[in-house]
Design a binder for this molecule. Structure first.
Ligand SMILES: Cc1cc2nc3c(=O)[nH]c(=O)nc-3n(C[C@H](O)[C@H](O)[C@H](O)COP(=O)(O)O)c2cc1C
Length: 192
């Protein structure tokens, strides 16, 4: 297996590689970082789910779309700390991003991205019943609002605090952590 991070890479080079993977995730077809596990917690449980990474912003935030009525949003109200987990199985690269989520609902950001959703996959955000509602028959799920508007469309912005990289590499795995330090990130190698 050819790795993305090689044994002689310095921290700066590792940071560059990972940043490039985040950028490619939303532009390159079938990129392994397009789907990511988003974990959140309330006071009773930890919850993970797969989501689509929609944008990696110039400021270094991760954008994800969701339905504002979904259970995860209640988690964010109780606790804004979240984790994103990426994995490239062909290259043996795991990246864990820990940070805080900012929810955007009916604001400039949702207005900016809604036109790209409307007419394409607006049904994901306009079901009559809220996601997670118990139903007697599954047909009850397939009813949509007659107004396909952005009432429930939410953009999640994840602002990273730490980014931890693990490159599997035979008997010499490479692990590095980057922690937010003001506007930039400070890196250190860790024992894998
Ligand atoms: C491959 C895949 C991609 C998904 N993408 C999203 C997504 O971008 N946004 C989203 O809200 N849910 C997405 N889901 C559904 C979530 O995994 C989850 O079932 C749903 O959001 C409800 O989660 P919650 O009850 O924790 O809020 C996706 C599921 C899969 C399997």
């Amino acid at each position: 297996m050819r790795t993305l991070i090689e044994s002689d890479f310095c921290l700066e080079k590792i940071w560059e590689v990972v940043q490039l993977e985040f950028q490619k995730a939303t532009t390159v077809k079938r990129h392994s970082f397009r789907y990511v596990v988003l974990s959140s917690a309330n006071n009773e449980s930890v919850n993970s789910r797969w989501v689509v990474l929609r944008r990696y912003t110039e400021g270094g935030s991760f954008l994800i779309y969701t339905d504002a009525r979904s259970e995860k949003v209640n988690n964010f109200k109780a606790n804004s700390l979240v984790s994103l987990l990426f994995f490239n199985d062909r290259k043996g690269l795991q990246v864990r991003v820990n940070g805080k989520v900012i929810t955007h609902h009916k604001n400039e950001l949702t207005k900016k991205y809604w036109p790209g959703v409307k007419g394409f996959n607006d049904q994901s955000y306009t079901s009559e019943l809220a996601p997670g509602t118990p139903i007697k028959s599954k047909d009850e799920a397939y009813k949509w609002s007659s107004i396909m508007d952005d009432e429930n469309f939410m953009v999640l912005e994840i602002v990273p605090n730490t980014i931890e990289v693990l490159q599997l590499n035979g008997s010499e795995h490479i692990r590095a952590q980057f922690s937010a330090d003001g506007q930039s990130f400070e890196g250190t190698f860790l024992v894998p």
